[in-house]
Structures are given as structure tokens and as C-alpha cells.
Design a protein around this ligand. Structure first.
Ligand code: C2E
Ligand code: MG
Ligand code: MG
Ligand code: MG
Length: 281
């Protein structure tokens, strides 16, 4: 009998096992090993404030350096980690790593930007989340002012009451809350007003197709204006071209993030990026 749970399933092999089950088991044991073996690393993508032209934040994005398969992007293992429960360990590690990095940057004089961390739906409603976050902030003696957390609409709406409560408590720690991937999920405008969020991150899918006067551009402009009227700041994700940047600037988007400025970078390259921007401003 094959158990559904990958953890218990490791090592069990039966001839009627489908390739998918086998994948699941392999992935599960490799992920567990990877966590144990610290095969993960965090890249950071700069976020630029369009008013000041300065780096106002960096988004922390996890990468898995698999010993055999090489670089595995998050979309290939995060959803799996979410269904198996490994996500909790992974995200605890990410948060601690990011806080540690933030403290290091501050000591080196790079102190005026936030670090933004993605939170899965599972982690958002995890009973120990707040205690863990408080513990780490305490341990590193850092204020929540420097931390931002990104959650998707789906993650919130799946568990509206609990999630809203957790977000409120995170905000009490001065942590900034961003709604990630806006425009891909329900994108219900009525929720926007009710959720305890500070920032709206418009998904790359939305930014990709803007041409000066098409429908997408009109909707984008409306979303930016609406967000502002609700007191939210707007981040545009996945900005790749000058035309997109111009449009966003013209329509008062606050912050941009994308390959046009920089891909996500390992910590060492972030410093170079910051130094280079200083000299070219
Ligand atoms: P996301 O949070 O929406 O992150 C933005 C993704 O868009 C990143 O992909 C980033 O590399 C990519 N991106 C940024 N600018 C551009 C651009 O100009 N062009 C293109 N083509 N792509 C751009 P990445 O790093 O592969 O991450 C994918 C997703 O994985 C993230 O989407 C996030 O949902 C998830 N993820 C990453 N790290 C973590 C983590 O630590 N915890 C959790 N729960 N999820 C994570
Ligand atoms: Mg994100
Ligand atoms: Mg996003
Ligand atoms: Mg996205």
C-alpha cells in the first residue's frame, strides 16, 4: 500500500507505482535532504522608487542548488513543498537568512532599504508563525520596519479570517504587508479595501502587455489610481522595457521591479549593484 504522505512513503516501492508517485517520493526525499544539507540560497531583486530613483527594497527569492540537477527555480519546488509541509522549514530558513543578511547590510552601511519575503498560504496561517518571527527579530535585534512580507490574494482569501488576523499582528510589529501577484487571482476590488495591506504588487502578466493605449494599460491606470485612493503604494513586477517604465512613471506607479533594472542577484552582486547605482546617479 502506498501512502499518500511522501514522508512515510520514502523507501517503499511497489511495481504498480506510477511514475508520478515515484517522482513525488523522490522529490520529497530530495527536498528533505536538501533542507538538512542546506542546499538553498537566497537571491535578492532590487526595487526602485520612481520618485527618488533609489533602491527602496529588495525581494528575497529562494533558489535550490540541487547537487545533481543544478539550479531549481522556486516554481518547480515551492508548490510541492507547500503540499507536503516542507514549506514551513524552508520559509523559516528563508526568514532567518534574510534577517541575518539585512543586519549584515546595515553594518556595512547599506541601511536604507527593506527586505521583502514571500509567505506561503501554509506559513501565513501556521500557529507558530508570529512567535517565530518575533523570536528572530529579537535575536537579531532588528525592527520590523525593515521587513516586508508578500502574500497572495489566494493565500488570504483561502482563510480570510485567520489570515487577516495574522496580517494585523504582523503590522503591529511594524512589518509592511504587500499583496503579491495582483491581477492573477480573484483580484476582487472589494477585498482590497478590507485587507490590512500596505502595498499592491501588480503581477508581471499585467505589465507584459501594456502598450501605450490598449485596454490593459487603461485597466492598469485604474488599478494604480484605485490603490492610491485606498492609501496603498503600488509596485509593478516584471518591468523589462523602457516603454513599460515610461508608462508606469507617467501613471504614478510608486515602485518598480524587473529585469530592466536587475535580475534577482546573489548577495555579493547586490553590493556591486548598489555601488554602481550610486556612481551613475
Ligand atoms: P513572485 O514573488 O511573484 O516573484 C517574482 C518572480 O518574477 C521571481 O521569479 C522573479 O525572478 C521574476 N521576475 C522579476 N522580474 C522579472 C522580469 O522582469 N521578467 C521576468 N520574466 N521575470 C521577472 P522566481 O524567483 O523564479 O520566483 C517565482 C515565485 O516563487 C515567486 O513569485 C514566489 O511566488 C515564489 N517564491 C520565491 N521565493 C519564495 C520563498 O522564499 N517563499 C515562498 N513561499 N515563495 C517563494
Ligand atoms: Mg513576491
Ligand atoms: Mg509576484
Ligand atoms: Mg508572480
Amino acid at each position: 500500500h502506498i501512502k499518500e504522505n511522501g514522508r512515510d512513503g520514502v523507501g517503499i516501492y511497489a511495481p504498480y507505482m506510477t511514475e508520478k508517485t515515484l517522482d513525488y517520493i523522490q522529490m520529497s526525499s530530495q527536498l528533505r535532504y536538501g533542507i538538512h544539507n542546506e542546499e538553498f540560497t537566497v537571491y535578492y531583486q532590487p526595487q526602485i522608487d520612481l520618485k527618488t530613483n533609489e533602491v527602496i527594497g529588495t525581494e528575497a527569492l529562494i533558489r535550490w542548488l540541487h547537487p545533481k540537477k543544478g539550479f531549481i527555480p522556486p516554481n518547480d519546488f515551492i508548490p510541492f513543498a507547500e503540499t507536503t509541509g516542507y514549506i514551513t522549514e524552508i520559509e523559516k530558513w528563508v526568514f532567518k537568512t534574510v534577517v541575518e543578511q539585512k543586519v549584515k547590510w546595515q553594518k556595512e552601511g547599506y541601511d536604507n532599504f527593506k527586505v521583502s519575503v514571500n509567505l506561503s498560504s501554509k506559513m501565513l496561517t501556521h500557529p507558530q508563525l508570529l512567535a517565530y518571527i518575533k523570536k528572530i527579530l529579537d535575536e537579531y535585534n532588528i525592527s520590523g520596519d525593515y521587513i516586508e512580507m508578500e502574500v497572495t490574494e489566494t493565500a488570504i482569501i483561502d482563510n480570510l479570517e485567520k489570515a487577516t488576523d495574522v496580517l494585523k499582528q504582523l503590522k503591529e510589529l511594524n512589518i509592511t504587508i504587500a499583496l503579491d501577484d495582483f491581477g492573477t487571482g480573484y483580484s476582487s476590488l472589494t477585498y482590497l479595501q478590507k485587507l490590512p495591506i500596505d502595498i499592491l504588487k501588480i503581477d508581471r502578466d499585467f505589465i507584459k502587455n501594456i502598450q501605450d493605449i490598449n485596454d490593459e494599460a487603461h485597466i492598469l491606470k485604474l488599478v494604480i489610481d484605485l490603490a492610491h485612493s485606498l492609501g496603498l503604494k503600488v509596485v509593478a513586477e516584471g518591468v523589462e522595457t523602457e516603454a513599460q517604465l515610461d508608462y508606469l512613471r507617467k501613471n504614478h506607479c510608486d515602485i518598480v521591479q524587473g529585469y530592466y533594472f536587475s535580475k534577482p542577484l546573489p548577495e555579493a552582486d547586490i553590493k556591486t549593484f548598489l555601488e554602481n547605482r550610486k556612481t551613475c546617479l
